[in-house]
Structures are given as C-alpha cells and as structure tokens.
Design a protein. Structure first.
Length: 437
C-alpha cells in the first residue's frame, strides 16, 4: 500500500488506458426504462480532484426517466486502492465527452461503490453527484429558451398539440414572471405511467415546462423561478415535485447546455389536491389565482418548509407519525400566518394549537365548531408528544381525526393563497368547492 500511495507524490496521476462499462451495461441494467432516458449515454475523459490530488479518469453517465443521474468513473487499480484510503472525501470532475462536443463539470461527487474485475486492470466507481453540467463547445452560449423536466407531475391536458397530423390534448399554459410557461406531457407519458404502476420504478418524470428567457435575465433568476414552481406544485401534489434536469437552447433553438441537480424526491402517488379533471381546469385556476400570492409569501412564511412538512406527513408510515406531522404543519403555518397578520410572536407562541385555530377563525370564519374543541390538544397532541401514543382514541377515531384536520389544513392554505375553485378533499377524494356552505 505504501508503494501505491507513493505513486501520488505528483499532483497529477495518469492511469493506463481504461475500458468503460459501455452503453450496453446501462441498457441491460435499466432494461425497461433506458429508451425513455432524459439524457442518453455520454462518456469521456476528465480530471478528478479528490483528497488533494488530481487524477485523469474515464467517466460515463445517463439521466434516467426517474430523474436520477447514474454516474460511473473508471480508472486503473492503483487509484482504486488509493480511493479506499479516503473516508468521506467528495470530489469534483471536469472534462469532455469523447466526441469533443460537450464540456462537463460534476461537483460534490460522493463515491458509493468500488468494484474491480479480475480480467481487467481497472476499477469502476459508482458515484452520487449533486451537480452536473454539460455545456456545448461553442463560443456563444446566450440561452433564449428553457426546457425543464418535472418529477412526479402528471396531469390532464386542456390544450391541443399537433403531432403527426393528430391533435393531442397534452398541455396547459399559464403566465408567470412576465411570460408564458407551457406545461406539457412527455411523449411517452402513458408508457412511463404503466411502468410506475407495475412497480418497476416508484417515481418518474412525466412532464416538462417550456418558457423563454427574457433579455438580461440571469441563470440565478431562472433557477429561482424553477424553485418557486417546484414548491408550488409540490403543495397540491402532496409529494416532492422537483425539477432535477434543465435544458438551455439558443436563439437558433439548438441545445447548448444541460444542467442536473440531485434534489429531494418522493414516490409517485395520485392522491393530489387540485387537477384539471375532477377540478375542471383546476391547475390553470390554481396558477392564475394563487401563484403570485405564493411568491409574495414564500420567504416570510417559509412555504418550502411548510410544503416539505406536509409531504413528510403524507409519507409517514404509521398513523401516529402522520398525525404528529399534521400537528407540526399546523403549528408552523398558523404561527407564521398569524404573526404576518400583525399578532405578537411571543403571544402566538404561548397559544395552544386549538387556540391558534380559534384565533385564525376570527379572520377566516369558516372552521366548524367541532374542529375547534380541545380534542386535538388535550387527547391528541399532548398525549402523542409526551407518550408517543394516543390512548384516548380508537384506530378508527384517529383515522377520522386525521382526515378531518388534513382536509382543514388544505382549506386553510388554499384560502391563504387566494384560491376560489374546487379541490379534491382527502376525506373521500371527491371534488368539492372550497367555499361550499
């Protein structure tokens, strides 16, 4: 081992010629989904910086329909042995594709699995990569259009697209940040949905957003728009609906840059709050009535934290965990909103969850009296957070309470955002008016 480490006295170490696993490996491993990959197989060479050393390596990757980057590095066995001496080091890679068309950058590379084959003098390292960028090797990189791929966002279209002399209802358009955002289903969306339903994968990219970049807009501004849209959709999807992959096009509509981020992700489910089917054109109405308010309240109300709390509640495996998550979501939202209305923070902090609901109802005036009693505080919250169980209620009673207060929480946040249409109640998943009598 000492002799191996001595090989790294120089800053740059050049390995022998290394063979990659090749595209065939990815096709075999992802046999049901490879054809729908968002970025097909790319490979090349590059410089990996890790542990204060720079090493020339070979790399290969694919971005799958699940929104994940599958990224491998290959080098000779010497580097493989060296890597095993490192612990929690993270690397960074810069390089080119073999066809010299793309410059690539990968950051925050975490090495998850190291494998060697006896018939090859090489080591293959499977990696998790937090950020990956693939940029065209051209001088002008003025982006004019964005194509962003959304995880877990499946919807019914309300507008038609002409394709091969057919008209397909597969999209809807809304105006955000001074331009049109077009949400469109992927071409193979139905086949991808079937693969998810068969449980071969548990999440997927079903749709994309297309919008123009206005003059002088920075990439940071575009990233901000995508972040806001992601959390806005995650709220009514009740799952992480993120945008891990973004493509940039120039004024000749040529793809010039691909950007990937490893973002939070959720298993796909269809128990949503607003859609375009049960709630006729509901998503369009939701954007039109609520998006600007969501943007205004996003920072002061920490709406990303609130949405993440609801998603965590829904994904809880046990009913007690779901109820605990529900209570925390209430505490967070009610405190933020009541303070924003002008109430004193310290006074609001001292209120019980039931008293916060009563205070809220002075403004909203719609919460049923039965949901303003002390049951959730006395029989549920106190018992759950002090003992970890709710002995005063039967399982059926706990489930009914969970559904009632989950439905109420949805009504509260939609009213805060200014929505006035129908939503899908989690009580029985029927479409009901938010302002019903």
């Amino acid at each position: 081992m000492k002799q191996i480490l001595k090989a790294f006295n120089d800053q740059i170490y050049i390995p022998e010629v290394i063979k990659l696993l090749g595209e065939h490996y990815f096709k075999q491993r992802y046999i049901d989904t490879y054809d729908y990959s968002l970025m097909k197989y790319k490979c090349g060479s590059g410089k990996l910086s890790v542990g204060m050393k720079d090493i020339l390596v070979r790399w290969e990757c694919v971005i799958s329909i699940t929104g994940e980057l599958i990224f491998n590095i290959s080098t000779d066995d010497t580097f493989g042995f060296y890597l095993q001496t490192l612990r929690d080091e993270r690397g960074e890679l810069s390089g080119r594709t073999d066809d010299n068309e793309w410059i690539i950058t990968a950051k925050e590379i975490f090495f998850t699995r190291i494998s060697s084959k006896s018939d090859k003098p090489s080591t293959t390292i499977a990696c998790l990569v937090e950020y990956f960028n693939c940029k065209k090797e051209i001088r002008e990189l003025n982006s004019k259009r964005v194509l962003a791929y959304i995880s877990n966002f499946d919807f019914v279209g309300v507008e038609f697209t002409e394709s091969e002399r057919k008209f397909i209802k597969d999209k809807f358009t809304v105006k955000l940040h001074g331009r049109e955002f077009v949400f469109q289903q992927l071409e193979h969306r139905k086949l991808i949905l079937e693969i998810v339903k068969s449980k071969k994968i548990d999440r997927a990219i079903f749709s994309k957003i297309n919008f123009s970049i206005l003059n002088d807009e920075t990439k940071e501004e575009v990233d901000r728009y995508l972040e806001l849209v992601s959390w806005f959709l995650s709220l009514v999807g009740v799952k992480a609906t993120m945008i891990p992959l973004v493509e940039y096009y120039n004024d000749r509509d040529e793809l010039i840059e691909i950007e990937f981020r490893d973002l939070i992700s959720s298993p796909f489910h269809s128990n949503i709050v607003i859609d375009n089917l049960q709630c006729r054109r509901g998503l369009v109405q939701y954007f039109n009535e609520c998006y600007d308010n969501f943007v205004k309240l996003y920072t002061d109300h920490s709406l990303n934290v609130f949405v993440a709390s609801i998603v965590g509640m829904y994904e809880g495996k046990f009913l007690e965990h779901k109820i605990a998550g529900l209570i925390l979501s209430y505490e967070f939202l009610l405190t933020k909103y009541l303070v924003n209305l002008g109430n004193d923070l310290e006074s609001i902090k001292r209120l019980s969850i039931q008293d916060k609901l009563r205070t809220l109802n002075k403004y909203m005036k719609f919460i049923p009296a039965r949901l303003l009693t002390d049951t959730i505080r006395q029989d549920v919250r106190n018992a759950l957070f002090h003992t970890g169980e709710i002995p005063a209620l039967t399982d059926d009673e706990k489930y009914e309470l969970y559904k009632d207060y989950y439905d109420l929480l949805i009504q509260i946040i939609l009213r805060i955002l200014g929505y006035r249409g129908n939503y899908i109640t989690p009580k029985d998943y029927s479409s009901v008016s938010l302002y019903r009598e």
